[in-house]
Design a protein around this ligand. Structure first.
Ligand SMILES: Cc1cc2nc3c(=O)[nH]c(=O)nc-3n(C[C@H](O)[C@H](O)[C@H](O)COP(=O)(O)OP(=O)(O)OC[C@H]3O[C@@H](n4cnc5c(N)ncnc54)[C@H](O)[C@@H]3O)c2cc1C
Length: 449
């Protein structure tokens, strides 16, 4: 039997959920399909469970930093307890999520969705016909052309490890590798990060990344740059990872090899050709309305769309709002450039928003850079932070803040104030007029400008 809906959504993550709820609220019939437990990556296998682990290591790191300053005694991370704690956030989530969807009147389908033609989708034995489709299928670790790549463990599995192995190799120098490496090191593992390029964490300020790399080395993480992983071999009870740095061959022994390299949009198995949906390497090709460039019934949002936004949860949310508006009112909202702050949840955290020095120079702007080591400032001295640095870019012509790059334990919260300043084009004078509660990290902002 064929069921008909105003909107069929593939994916129950952030990019699918907002538009589904808004369309349903406006009286549309809506179906949502997911092949994995409902809830998507962020809540079940990404941001949230990761932040639970980061949170605990952060407490431990804080105690280590302040030992002898009023705290004594040894503490350690009990991985098994930590995982059980994490599960209190993730285990019940899919059921709660699905209940919520059903309560709204959204029909839910479990299974793999693939198009049959331009307006029909097959899930298991059922065919769903839609006036419109929202593809919000997310992304997965990219396939790497490495011999033995079948031995990789993925980020999803790392967040489910019942026991933490002793020797871990992370392949790729992106934010997932760095965050997990910091967690695993604090929990007692020997960790290597192997990165092909000269520069890890490429989307972040180079000088601050260098400081983070040095500090990561200080806490015991072994970082190998310009080193390409060629092969992973399974031995009887461990793996050998072979990499090369030019003509130098390097071998690493590991109990676990984690794919922490790039992620690719989930477009391969949707049978998009039969639906006449064009796709690029970066995802589903969309116009400024996030509508497929080749099939006007189809919209795409979040990690799966080839839109200008980064693959981050707030971007998926923003895109889903935009799609809902265009579906319900006809194409009326276009993709406008939004200020997107982001953070690497290492300890200390590295955060960025707005332009880098390279961007500003390329645009020919007349700007100044306030680069300040803040380790001696009260906020950072009080918590004994070994590295704390800010770099604020200010447009000399209009006194507006155009970029902020922060490295400290407070960076993930503080960056949001700079994002607000950039989004609303505040000048340094405006920001200095603000009164922030004292003593907080925000109350230092005036001194950064
Ligand atoms: C380890 C990790 C840490 C992260 N940390 C952060 C962070 O700190 N901050 C941040 O902003 N972002 C973070 N991200 C990125 C963030 O999780 C994603 O940008 C966001 O979840 C994307 O949402 P989405 O709705 O586009 O896709 P998803 O949430 O991935 O949802 C897609 C859903 O579609 C389903 N699906 C796919 N194909 C099919 C099919 N053919 N049929 C049926 N169902 C299908 C999938 O099962 C999945 O549930 C992290 C990601 C990872 C992996």
């Amino acid at each position: 039997m064929m069921k008909e809906y105003n909107l069929v959504v593939i994916g129950s993550g952030t990019a699918g959920s907002i538009a589904a709820a808004k369309c349903k609220k406006s009286g549309w019939s809506v179906a949502m399909i997911d092949e994995r437990p409902f809830g998507g990556t962020c809540a079940l296998r990404g941001c949230d469970p990761k932040k639970v682990l980061v949170g605990i290591t952060e407490y431990m790191d804080g105690v280590e930093r302040l030992k002898g300053s009023g705290i004594n005694g040894d503490i350690h991370i009990n991985w098994n307890n930590l995982m059980n704690y994490k599960k209190t956030f993730t285990d019940d989530f899919p059921e709660m999520k699905e209940k919520g969807l059903k309560k709204q009147g959204i029909d839910t389908y479990h299974g793999h969705a693939a198009f049959i033609d331009e307006n029909k989708i097959k899930v298991n034995e059922e065919t769903l016909k839609g006036n419109y489709f929202l593809i919000a299928a997310g992304a997965s670790p990219a396939k790497l052309p490495i011999e033995g790549s079948e031995h990789f463990t993925f980020s999803d599995d790392f967040l489910e490890l019942e026991e933490l192995p002793k020797d871990i190799v992370f392949v790729g120098g992106g934010y997932i590798s760095f965050e997990f490496a910091h967690i695993a090191t604090r929990a007692g593992a020997n960790v290597h990060i192997i990165h092909r390029g000269e520069r890890p964490l490429e989307d972040f300020d180079k000088d601050l990344v260098d400081q983070l790399v040095n500090y990561s080395k200080d806490i015991g993480i072994q970082i190998h740059l310009s080193t390409e992983v060629k092969k992973v071999e399974k031995m009887s009870n461990h793996f050998i990872v072979t990499g090369s740095n030019g003509s130098d061959k390097k071998e690493f022994s590991a109990d676990l090899v984690v794919h922490g390299a790039s992620r690719a949009p989930n477009t391969d198995s949707l049978n998009l050709k039969s639906a006449n949906v064009n796709v690029s390497k970066k995802g589903i090709e969309v116009n400024d309305y996030l509508q497929s460039t080749s099939n006007s019934r189809v919209y795409a949002a979040g990690d799966v769309s080839d839109s200008p936004g980064m693959p981050l949860t707030p971007v998926a949310g923003m895109e889903s709002h935009l799609v809902a508006s265009n579906l319900l009112n006809g194409n009326n909202r276009t993709y406008t450039e939004q200020i997107i702050p982001s953070s690497v949840f290492t300890l200390p955290k590295l955060a960025t928003v707005g332009m880098s020095e390279e961007d500003a120079a390329e645009k020919g702007l007349d700007f100044k850079v306030n680069a300040i080591d803040t380790t001696k400032w009260f906020t950072y001295k009080r918590t004994n932070q070994a590295v704390a640095f800010v770099k604020i870019l200010i447009d000399e012509e209009n006194d507006q803040i155009i970029g902020a790059h922060l490295l400290s334990h407070e960076a993930d919260e503080l960056i949001n104030i700079f994002a607000t300043a950039i989004q609303f084009e505040l000048s340094t004078k405006d920001l200095k007029k603000m009164m922030f509660a004292y003593p907080t990290a925000a109350s230092d902002i005036g001194y950064m400008l």
